[in-house]
Design a protein around this ligand. Structure first.
Ligand SMILES: [Zn+2]
Length: 300
């Protein structure tokens, strides 16, 4: 499932390519026809990401998209329509497309391939949304009801800074629960945007046992975990992939010079020796998702 960094990249790209421009919206597949009719021939003001959700604001209407496990946006257009070709679940490469234009100067999109839930178009390009877990139009009250249930998103902090209020919300959300930190990080009402990879990698960096009850964490541990997640997510936004292990990390020592450095400390490395302590990395299911950790050095 795309984690928060992908949604923030998506929001930035939607803002760059569509915000402030007259657009057309359709639902080639038909399942979003009513919503598309409400959004089309209007001007989207801005897109924002909150955790794993995208919201596009058009006056009092808010288009909500949750990509879920299979959702993805693909972007096509002429050479002035630039950015990532696809954001979300991996997609096969699109076939060749040579731009053509109608009499009004709008690009003529390629015929929709597969089940396109929503297509948004501006004169120089378009985006197709396939396979989302959620795609609907909200009014302001419905939007409020959705966001009030979302925990703080570390990527909604000012660039390079820690928003103390968001950190306090995270701490408060943990204090009110009687679950393990491994379960809490996957709860979007506790913290928004963290998925399976960031959970495993942040807990490893912080040397936290995933099974530790959240109420046993002290303020310094919570703050440090928030900082680590913030840094990891920001790097993900900047690079477009999740890379939590870098060849120059001091912990790696001489191993850091490996020609083909791996990207993760523990995620999908079960059965191999931990790079910090040598213990064998473990994997098990927790609430239907795979949890990876090192029993040797994640002991607090
Ligand atoms: Zn270890």
């Amino acid at each position: 499932m795309p984690e928060g960094h992908t949604l923030h990249r998506l929001a930035a790209q939607v803002n760059r390519l569509f915000a402030g421009r007259h657009w057309r919206v359709s639902s080639p597949q038909g399942r979003f026809s009513a919503g598309a009719a409400r959004l089309t021939e209007r001007v989207p003001e801005r897109a924002e990401a909150w955790g794993k959700q995208l919201f596009v604001h058009l006056g009092g209407d808010i288009w909500q998209v949750h990509l879920g496990l299979y959702g993805a946006f693909s972007f096509r257009g002429d050479e002035s329509f630039t950015g990532a070709a696809s954001l979300g679940a991996p997609r096969s490469r699109a076939e060749q497309y040579t731009p053509r234009y109608d009499d009004a100067g709008w690009i003529i999109p390629a015929p929709p391939a597969g089940s396109v839930r929503a297509r948004v178009q501006v004169p120089n390009g378009w985006a197709d949304l396939r396979g989302p877990a959620k795609c609907q139009v909200l009014n302001p009250m419905q939007y409020q009801a959705v966001i009030v249930r979302l925990g703080p998103d570390p990527l909604r902090q000012p660039e390079g800074a820690t928003d103390q209020q968001l950190l306090e919300q995270f701490r408060g959300n943990l204090d009110r629960r009687r679950i393990s930190i491994g379960a809490a990080l996957m709860d979007q009402a506790v913290i928004a945007g963290v998925g399976n990879i960031y959970r495993a990698e942040s807990l490893f960096v912080e040397q936290l046992d995933p099974d530790i009850p959240v109420q046993q964490l002290d303020a310094a541990q919570v703050a440090s975990l928030w900082e680590t997640l913030t840094g990891q997510l920001r790097t993900g936004v900047a690079e477009g992939i999740i890379r939590t292990l870098r060849p120059e990390d001091p912990l790696l020592g001489a191993r850091g010079s490996d020609r083909n450095p791996r990207r993760h400390w523990v995620y999908q490395h079960q059965g191999t020796p931990c790079l910090r302590c040598g213990e064998s990395i473990r994997m098990r299911e927790l609430q239907g998702r795979r949890l990876y950790w090192c029993p040797g050095c994640q002991r607090r």
